[in-house]
Design a protein. Structure first.
Lengths: 359, 374
């Protein structure tokens, strides 16, 4: 099996995260003081609880004219992040055939805040008295639908999920749409919003880091710190990008593979076709642990001399949707060029790998 | 279905106080391992359908080890969760078995459930695009097959009835309390159903090489978005018409080549008129009206599974040369370019047929199937 994805280029980045709403890379990253989890105030719990949270902001102050009053935070962030990515790519959508623009959204939990709200309305009023305005917004595909609606994008609109590699699979699906001529340009989004039911599940399952309960230096192991946010990338077929002058390509996506099992090192080497990436960006979930299974696989593929960026605490706290943020953080952290591997692992032998060429 | 039998009946046991019409899977074939509480009803429906599809493929089960899986759904594990989770999550998770029930909530879980149950280790993902999910899963799986992401794809959709969705559609006043009548002038809404369908996709070269029984050939597929409204389709159906035209371009066929359209046909006032307008636009210039029916009149609207189930029915229609009528269609929408199928099943050779799906958020997906002989 030979992966046969086309080269597509990432030309725009937008994000909504604990670093705020941003177009392009994260300035001055890594910061002098590492990002710390914030206290959770959205619900009450037995003692303080912390997570990497998006601080409240007014979407219309970032994207003039944006109306988000009826939307949940995830949809609002998707709208802001996509707008910032399009702006960063220097694309004037009025000059683009919008029937050829796809939206691919990766999420693990969808609109979980409104799902909670819908359950609460059922608890209060009975199932025959639920709120009709909330129901359609509980769909996992609501955020990208709002993106298509707001920007007038009439190409394919896809919501994809995968327990461990939703971000990577969204990038691969978007590249595939471009390759098959089903779109010329795609907005790829990945992210989730943190809600009480979700946090409580992590807690009940014993998955949380001690840092969720007290401030101080982040431990390298012993659980993870839940996160929230949405990252957006503009990806274009290389042919289309070449006809736009003054475009700053962040990276070219060469090929990609993911699987739930098998022999990851062997399959990834086959995908690389003899290339040895000089850098591996690990996108595995969990704590920033240099001995994680992802970094171990990266070493097995690239050897001891290669630069390996381990999973980052904030991006690792997004269950399955952190890949785009891992890439953004890596690109923000240092000037890098050459071939890089975006790599995630899960379970015994699950993996996702994308080969990137950095200009 | 060939004898005009409908599965729609008065709703029982979804939630107290609901009176309406639905189609329910009464006896889900038992699989021993599925008694585990980590499998939601969505997972169980999909796993049973996947087992049937694999058994029907003629492949030994070990052949599927490196297969890819794309499973569509909208409900995820909501069937296993009650309102208590929102009132006091910490207390809810202290209930026995609730951690596993909560773990089945993400809509990706169904792909993992199928993969883990059958030991399949290829690429897997889930798709959730409202009522277009099942069809879009097939389109994306076809892309993955062409990308050589996996040698074989298991693809389908699964969605169960549950209080959450039934209540949601009821709150929107989208439900017909009686058995629905899609495309009728007096249509009054949809009926929800539940189910799952799974298809085995492989390249024609692979199927031919093993002398397989080719059920159908997926000749064309396309996806578009209306970019019009979160719940309502664009009245002229222009996004859907574009999708139909794109799928025919891909299949390199004209409107005259399509012998039957298995419509989305929910029975809601807005969907059906937009869809009729889309057919008028997309099949303009065709020498005779395009035959169209909605098989949701037999088993309701199965949401994330609908596109996959209707793809399977379209394939069966092609194989049997049978154009299924819409049930209870007494007074069709006035649409001169459409031959609204009603009454008895029409028997005729059917080289090419189309399955059409749309959903909340404006997503459209169209699949064109040809007979294995075409």
């Amino acid at each position: 099996m030979t992966p046969n994805l086309p080269p597509v280029t990432i030309t725009g980045i937008g994000s909504v995260s604990p670093y705020g709403p941003l177009a392009g890379l994260i300035p001055q990253y890594p910061p002098e003081r590492p990002l710390e989890p914030s206290p959770i105030t959205a619900w009450t719990s037995a003692g303080p609880r912390r997570a990497f949270l998006v601080q409240p902001f007014r979407p219309a102050s970032v994207v003039p004219g944006l109306k988000t009053r009826r939307l949940d935070r995830l949809s609002a962030w998707a709208l802001v992040a996509s707008s910032l990515a399009i702006q960063d790519a220097g694309i004037d959508l009025s000059q683009v055939d919008r029937s050829r623009v796809a939206v691919v959204f990766a999420t693990a939990f969808g609109c979980v805040e409104l799902t909670e709200a819908f359950y609460l309305s059922a608890a209060a009023n009975g199932w025959n008295g639920t709120d009709p305005t909330t129901f359609p917004e509980t769909l996992a595909s609501a955020p990208p639908s709002h993106v298509s609606l707001f920007h007038g994008l009439r190409g394919p609109n896809v919501t994809v999920s995968n327990k461990d590699f939703a971000g990577e699979s969204a990038l691969i699906q978007a590249a595939s749409l471009l390759r098959h001529g089903q779109a010329d340009l795609a907005i790829v989004l990945a992210g989730d919003a943190l809600a009480q039911t979700l946090y409580s599940w992590y807690e009940a399952a014993g998955l949380l880091s001690p840092a969720c309960y007290k401030s101080g230096p982040l431990p390298e192991a012993g659980g993870f710190i839940p996160s929230e946010g949405v990252a957006a990338l503009v990806v274009e077929s290389s042919g289309r990008r070449n006809v736009r002058p003054n475009v700053r390509p962040y990276a070219r996506i060469g090929s990609g593979r993911w699987a739930a099992g098998g022999q990851p090192a062997e399959i990834i080497r086959q995908m690389l076709g003899g290339a040895v990436p000089s850098l591996t960006v690990c996108s595995g979930n969990g704590a920033p642990c240099a001995t994680s299974s992802t970094t171990a696989l990266a070493r097995e593929i690239s050897g001891d001399g290669a630069v390996i960026i381990p999973p980052q605490p904030f991006a690792g706290g997004l269950a399955g949707t952190g890949a785009l943020f891992h890439l953004i953080l890596a690109l923000s952290s240092r000037p890098i060029s050459g071939q890089a591997l975006l790599l995630g692992t899960a379970g015994d032998s699950g993996f996702a790998a994308l080969l990137l060429e950095l200009p | 279905m060939l004898s005009g039998e409908s599965c729609l009946e008065p709703t029982r046991d979804v939630y107290p106080g609901f009176e309406g019409t639905t189609a329910q899977v009464r006896e889900l074939a038992p699989l021993e391992e599925l008694s585990s509480s980590r499998y939601s009803r969505t997972d169980r429906l999909a796993t049973v359908a996947a087992q049937d599809a694999m058994a029907n493929s003629g492949y030994d089960s070990s052949t599927f080890r490196d297969s890819g899986i794309v499973m569509a759904n909208t409900v995820g594990g909501l069937t296993e969760i009650d309102t208590g989770i929102a009132e006091d999550p910490a207390a809810w998770y202290r209930r026995p078995g609730s951690l596993l029930r909560g773990a089945s909530y993400p809509f990706a879980h169904v792909a993992d459930a199928v993969g883990e149950h059958f030991g399949i280790r290829g690429p897997r993902c889930a798709i959730s695009v409202a009522c277009a999910s099942g069809a879009m899963a097939i389109a994306l799986a076809a892309n993955m097959l062409l990308d050589e992401a996996a040698p074989i794809m298991l693809v389908g959709g699964s969605d169960p009835l549950c209080p959450f969705t039934l209540s949601g559609f009821n709150s929107l006043r989208a439900l017909d309390p009686k058995p629905c009548s899609p495309f009728d002038q007096n249509r009054n809404g949809l009926n929800l159903g539940e189910g799952s369908a799974v298809l085995i996709l492989e390249t024609l070269a692979s199927a031919t090489a093993r002398n397989a029984k080719v059920l159908a050939v997926l000749r064309g597929w396309a996806m578009t978005n209306d970019a019009f409204h979160t719940t309502a389709p664009e009245k002229q159906g222009s996004g859907l018409a574009d999708c139909i035209k794109l799928s025919m371009e891909m299949a390199e066929v004209s409107g005259d080549d399509i012998g039957y359209v298995n419509a989305h046909g929910t029975g809601t006032p807005l969907n059906d008129i937009a869809e009729a307008n889309a057919y008028e636009t997309a099949f303009r210039g065709r020498s005779r009206p395009i035959p169209v029916s909605s098989t949701k009149s037999y088993f309701g609207h199965c949401l994330g599974a609908a596109g996959a189930l209707e793809a399977a029915i379209t394939i069966m229609a092609v194989r049997a040369g049978a154009l299924l009528p819409t049930l209870r269609l007494a007074d069709p929408i006035d649409s001169p370019g459409v031959d609204w199928l009603r009454g008895k099943v029409k028997r005729q050779p059917l080289p090419l047929a189309m399955s059409v799906s749309s959903g909340f958020g404006g997503s459209n997906t169209v699949l064109i199937f040809g007979s294995g002989r075409s």
